[in-house]
Design a binder for this molecule. Sequence first.
Ligand code: AMP
Length: 626
Amino acid sequence: MRSASICLLLGCIDVEKKVVHLQLFGHCLFMDGKRIEYRGEEALKEIERMTIMPDEIQKDTLKKILTKNGETEYLKKYMGVSRDISDFKSYVPVVTYKSFRPYIQRIMNGEDSSLLTGDPITEMLSSSGTSGGEPKLVPSIAEDLNRRTFFYNLILPIINQYVPGLDDGKAMCLYFVRTERSAPCGLPIRSVLTGYYKSKHFKCRVRIPFHDDTSPDPVILCNDINQSMYCQLLAGLVHRQQVCRLGAIFASAFLRSVSFLEQNWVNFCDDIRTGTLDPSITDPECRSSMMAILSFPNPTLAKEVEEICGQTSWKGILWRLWPRAKYIDAVLTGSMAQYIPALEFYTEGKIPLVSTMYASSECYFGVNLKPFCAPEDVSYTLVPNMGFFEFIPLGENGTLVMDIGKDEEVPKRKLVDLAKVKVGCYYELVVTNFSGLYRYRMGDVLQVTGFHNRAPQFRFICRRSVVLSVDSDKTSEEDLHKSVTVAKKLLEPYDALLAEYTTYADTSSLPGHYVLFWEIVYHNLVTQVDASVLQECCIAVEEKLDYVYRRCRTYDKSVGPLEIRVVKSGTFLALMDLFISQGGSISQYKTPRCITSASALELLNANVEASFFSPRYPTWINAVQF
Ligand code: AMP
């Protein structure tokens, strides 16, 4: 066997076999006290090993969590000195964020991490879920970065089984960070991805094979999302003939970048043609890293891009611009499924769409072992050493029954272990992680579709009680109702009343936006509500929606202005007739607060009398109350 290896600071690459041992600053990556020596084929073997014995690995994972965190105030309260799995299952309650919030607030205010975790908390992750209108903050420990790296490293070997040769090209993966803040105790508060991209794990990721990204790191790390997007797309265009995969974390972010490209391609062509960078890019690190890429004027490439982008239809633009792209990696399940048609339009069906992973701030959960299946058939296999997973049953034989309320106490005996879930059944996922969440209800509803070896595979069904979502916003029926209740008061001075309403997320244009269908009744026929009042109703709804919605709208600009479409009198009766004609029960009929069926949407749109948009951005400040 050939022994000549090039040892880099970043990793050891055996030139002949192109296998990589992940090393960070000369040290191997450790997880749960075990050294992870990672190689492409070894990742696949590891998946096989873990899926053959998920039950044993789950028990082992829970034991490790209890050993590490047994001394915490939280666990001692329920388990005393015990570290037994059976005591954990008997005494630790199944809870929502509300139960952890007081502990997290105390830690934010300077109390010790040992309230929740054995290891010091290193960052607070702000998730896209909210509680009481504020983003949920989730503790994270240093070792979580190793765990996330381990998880990410499983993905490409899986894909490489189906599409070899990925290491011969570059990846245009559009990654973005958000600005971070500090808690009173000094801990950084940031999104899980921001934490990851700023870590040495990301900085020192092994670049060969697989990780030859088109975007230079300083561009990814730029806090200004517009400058970052500009530079990432420009770098992707410069390397267009070498790009073999495209992606972003979520489909919404990928499509947003496509629409940014649509608005800026003329500038991109100018930059490429002249070998200079648009003056709107002012961030010094972005400028210097991009100037290394735009090292010479390239009129030939500029002309190619111009010819492609200048066509009247953008159908198939993605394969035309990136002809060697073998797939697009972005989450397309759950609320992201609404973006499949747009992506199919831009790819013309010529670049496969791949949803590779299911993850959250709380824990990284599962990988898609059949990445090239149709987007609607995607299932995720939960990786059993990432956390301890339990399941609240929500119905069998394809019937989903949400009989346990969102905040209701769940009887502990109801919970089912990972290895005991049944095909066809629905469950809400409950997670116990290494960093201080115990039997925490994720709110995600999953359905078991089958098994890989003995490990169950899950289809992501929905986020519990979320009715509207365009990007990372997640609006529940309750939030929607509260917002509409405030807004409809603005109609009262005009003797007008909101008789009925429903909504849908319109993603037919980018960025997507919320649409509210309103049926208004007047007490007298003389007065009419004028346009400015209905515009004020739009902004009143937005002002009352939660922090993440307002951030997406005002800061990220990933959600467009909210729209109210006023429908003719009698429209909601016609809607009821439609649902009943499709088999609904008249006595149980309730107006759905979110419309997904095409026929219902067609009916509503056919009855629109006028539409109004929010006239300004809702208030949003980058601060969370502690
Ligand atoms: P966050 O808390 O902001 O990290 O968001 C995590 C949530 O995003 C999960 O709990 C899911 O509701 C959703 N999510 C993450 N990955 C996927 C996926 N592959 N498919 C559908 N939804 C997902």
